[in-house]
Design a protein. Structure first.
Length: 268
């Protein structure tokens, strides 16, 4: 099976299943999420948003994939172009942790063969156990209110699976997952903790500038220095590395219960 992976979540899941050998093409974002892939000199495709643009589809077809796997976010026009070309496509659109576990099973089934079977259940069980143990450790009467931001222009709350991780880390997720909000609405809620994980920004969210531009200097989270950047790939990538995101959230929300994470970046 030759897999063209159009999202880091797909590539990271295949890595966790020990089936990177099935990957025949990746995007530049996959290489950023898994730098060791560069050693394999795989064809690097354009991102999953632009296969309806001239030349991009031809590059994908040239890699001779048996299956193209895409996951959110993607543009329907781009996905439609791949489908029209006749290439088999598996398009994933998870919303919850349960959806992510189901997608891991789908990806495993796509690369499993009688000669080399792939069993995803140990990986899923490890993820579920990490969430459950974190939830048990964080259980208590104090549940800080946490604002998690996926994008800053416009302001967008993080996705449902992030809300589930926040709740597992012993906190209340502020707002509606995936919905737009405003700086004024966040200020009115005055959350206890501010978490920023902007799509595509890695760990480069300018926390000082965001606070200043939005006039958030008087918010409780800012006064108490509970403002953090979590690497994009730890929260926005629906894959096993969400466990790193959970570790970051836990350390930010309950620093006396959980150890700090080396990639959790606080407000300076």
């Amino acid at each position: 099976m030759r897999i063209a992976s159009l999202q880091p979540s797909v590539t990271l899941t295949l890595a966790a299943l020990d089936r990177l050998d099935a990957v025949c093409a990746v995007t530049k974002y996959c290489l950023e999420a898994l730098p060791a892939l560069a050693e394999r000199n795989l064809p690097v495709l354009h991102d999953s948003w632009s296969f309806d643009k001239p030349g991009n589809l031809e590059l994908l077809a040239a890699t001779r994939p048996d299956l193209v796997i895409a996951s959110v976010p993607y543009r329907m026009e781009s996905l439609a172009a791949i489908l029209k070309s006749g290439l088999p496509v598996l398009a994933l659109a998870p919303h919850t942790l349960a959806d992510i576990y189901a997608d891991i099973r789908l990806i495993a089934s796509a690369v499993s063969t009688p000669q080399a079977p792939v069993d995803p259940e140990a990986l899923i069980a490890r993820m579920q156990q990490a969430v459950a143990s974190t939830s048990a450790r964080a259980a208590g009467p104090t549940r800080p209110r946490v604002y998690c931001e996926e994008w800053g222009k416009p302001l967008i709350h993080s996705q449902r699976w992030v809300a589930e991780l926040v709740e597992a880390a012993g906190a209340e997720f502020l707002g509606t997952p995936g919905a737009h909000t405003t700086a004024e609405e966040v200020a009115a809620a005055d959350p206890d903790v501010l978490i920023f994980a902007w799509c595509g920004a890695g760990d480069r969210v300018p926390l000082d500038r965001v606070v200043a531009q939005r006039g958030w200097q008087s918010l409780r989270a800012v006064r108490e220095r509970r403002v953090y950047c979590v690497p994009d790939e730890y929260l926005n990538t629906p894959a096993p590395n969400l466990l790193e995101g959970l570790a970051c959230l836990s350390a930010a929300i309950h620093p006396t219960l959980f150890p700090t994470h080396p990639r959790l970046i606080p407000l300076a």
